[in-house]
Design a protein around this ligand. Structure first.
Ligand SMILES: Cc1cc2nc3c(=O)[nH]c(=O)nc-3n(C[C@H](O)[C@H](O)[C@H](O)COP(=O)(O)OP(=O)(O)OC[C@H]3O[C@@H](n4cnc5c(N)ncnc54)[C@H](O)[C@@H]3O)c2cc1C
Length: 441
């Protein structure tokens, strides 16, 4: 029986509803719409991209690290990259920590690049709408409820894709999950910031190693309090503007608004301290001005669902291949734990493990797929697989699988995985040797 929340008016019926428009959600929506389905993309903010446009500016995960760099993500994300390059709003750069070539972009340009691609594909965008609940038909998610200035609204859908980053839909649908911090320490939070008026040439003369030493000296002197001593600051496509990923907040719960409020306040307090340090101590920053803070504090991990498969640290380090592969990842385990350093663990050079489709299929609830940083993985595996390129690969696969399931009364967990893989490859996704995989593992 369909359980509708009394008096919640129906906005519309759609084939696929995607919640959250970060790297995973916007890619999922575009991929599904390009398969000819009606798609609604629900987003709490007034722009697309989530963490990629609100907090950051460098995609990792497109390439394996090392000299024998290999591209492992393609398809819809390539269309986005082509447009960024065409607007001279992106460039490649080696990762500060050796995690592979990154692609640094202008986040403001990315907002409209994603918007153009989504609207051209026919995606119906719904901004300023927070998904607060689900419509259940037995154990099947039959729609979502959003809240906004107009009040509650219902969207009925054949398939819902949860790309909220925090597994908000899965949580409401009763899907089991692990909360970050339950088994091992949760990754820390970071408010990012942009400085303008930096003398880029002089700033470049300060090697990263020297900057780290300067942060350590600053702490030792007692004149500064810098919680993370090896954060990074890098050039952007806009001359004289640098983006800093330096602050570190430990012990907050991003799924609790009370705790998150305290984190936002502390994050901005830390930014002021880092700006004071950069301007007073580091050559090239003497005339720098703070011009932007991240739209919200950057959140690395919260809820991770339990899916039909849970990607583990062993899968990552053993470079495991899966019969139901929907994407690849060569990124190292990058654990931003509390304390002033970061834990790194690398794969063999040039290697990439598979992301199995089953890690997007939640236990218990039907009609639902989960993609992006809330997919089914342990803390360590997540610390490798959460880069934005992998979130896009997961979103793309979820979008294609949802499109195959929608309108046929098929449940996403039962889609023909070979058909999903063939469509992914046909549309540019990179799945090396997928046809030679034996069985599901
Ligand atoms: C500080 C920091 C630095 C990082 N550095 C890098 C890096 O340099 N390169 C890299 O590749 N990766 C980096 N990562 C990791 C990467 O950015 C994330 O894992 C990735 O962006 C997550 O994408 P997503 O689509 O899963 O989620 P998000 O990008 O978090 O998107 C979730 C979207 O859902 C929306 N939403 C949430 N709840 C609801 C709701 N209930 N209703 C409606 N909308 C909702 C949000 O507003 C958001 O738009 C970093 C992460 C952080 C926090």
């Amino acid at each position: 029986m369909l359980i509708h929340i009394p008096s919640v008016p129906l906005l519309h019926r759609t084939d696929i509803a995607v919640v959250g428009s970060g790297s995973a959600g916007v890619t999922a929506a575009i991929a599904a719409a390009r398969e000819g389905k009606r798609v609604t993309l629900v987003e709490r903010y007034g722009f697309l991209g989530g963490t990629s446009t609100g907090v950051l500016d460098t995609f990792y995960g497109f390439y394996t690290p090392g000299r024998a760099a290999r591209k492992v993500v393609g398809g819809v994300p390539d269309d986005m990259l082509r447009r960024l390059y065409a607007e001279k709003a992106a460039f490649e750069r080696p990762n500060t920590f050796g995690a592979g070539t990154g692609i640094t972009y202008d986040p403001e340009t990315l907002k409209w690049v994603w918007e153009d691609l989504a609207t051209e594909a026919g995606v119906q965008l719904l901004y300023h709408s927070f998904c607060t609940d689900v419509v259940m038909d037995g154990n099947k998610v039959a729609g979502i409820v959003t809240d906004g200035k107009r009040g509650l609204m219902r969207i009925d859908a054949d398939v819902v894709i949860d790309c909220s980053g925090d597994a908000d839909v899965a949580f409401r649908a009763g899907v089991p999950f692990e909360r970050a911090g339950e088994g091992s320490a949760a990754q820390t939070l970071t408010t990012t910031f942009r400085l303008a008026n930096v003398d880029g040439e002089r700033a470049k003369q300060v090697p990263r190693k020297r900057l780290v030493e300067m942060m350590k000296e600053a702490n030792r002197s007692g004149r500064y309090h810098l919680p993370r001593e090896e954060g990074s600051i890098h050039a952007t496509p806009v001359a004289g503007v640098m983006l800093a990923i330096m602050t570190r907040l430990d012990g907050y719960d991003p799924c609790d608004p009370v705790s998150l409020t305290a984190a936002e306040i502390e994050g901005r307090r830390q930014v002021r301290e880092y700006v004071r340090f950069l301007v007073n101590e580091v050559p090239g920053y003497e005339q720098a001005r703070l011009v932007a803070l991240s739209t919200q504090i950057g959140v690395r991990e919260t809820r991770r669902i339990y899916g039909e498969y849970r990607l583990t640290k062993e899968d990552v380090t053993a470079v495991r291949k899966f019969g139901d592969t929907i994407g690849q990842c060569g990124a190292p385990i990058e654990d931003h734990h509390g304390g002033n350093d970061t834990h790194w663990e690398f794969l063999p050079e040039g290697a990439a493990y598979d992301i199995p489709f089953r890690s997007l299929v939640p236990q218990q609830a039907e009609g639902l797929l989960v993609a992006g940083r809330c997919f089914s993985a342990t803390h360590e595996a997540h610390a490798s697989c959460r880069s934005m390129a992998q979130c896009m690969a997961m979103g793309q696969a979820a979008g294609v699988a949802a499109a195959i399931a929608a309108g046929r009364d098929a449940l996403p967990r039962h889609v023909d995985i070979g058909q999903v893989q063939q469509r992914l490859v046909d549309t540019g996704a990179i799945l090396y040797d997928w046809q030679s995989r034996d069985g599901t593992e």
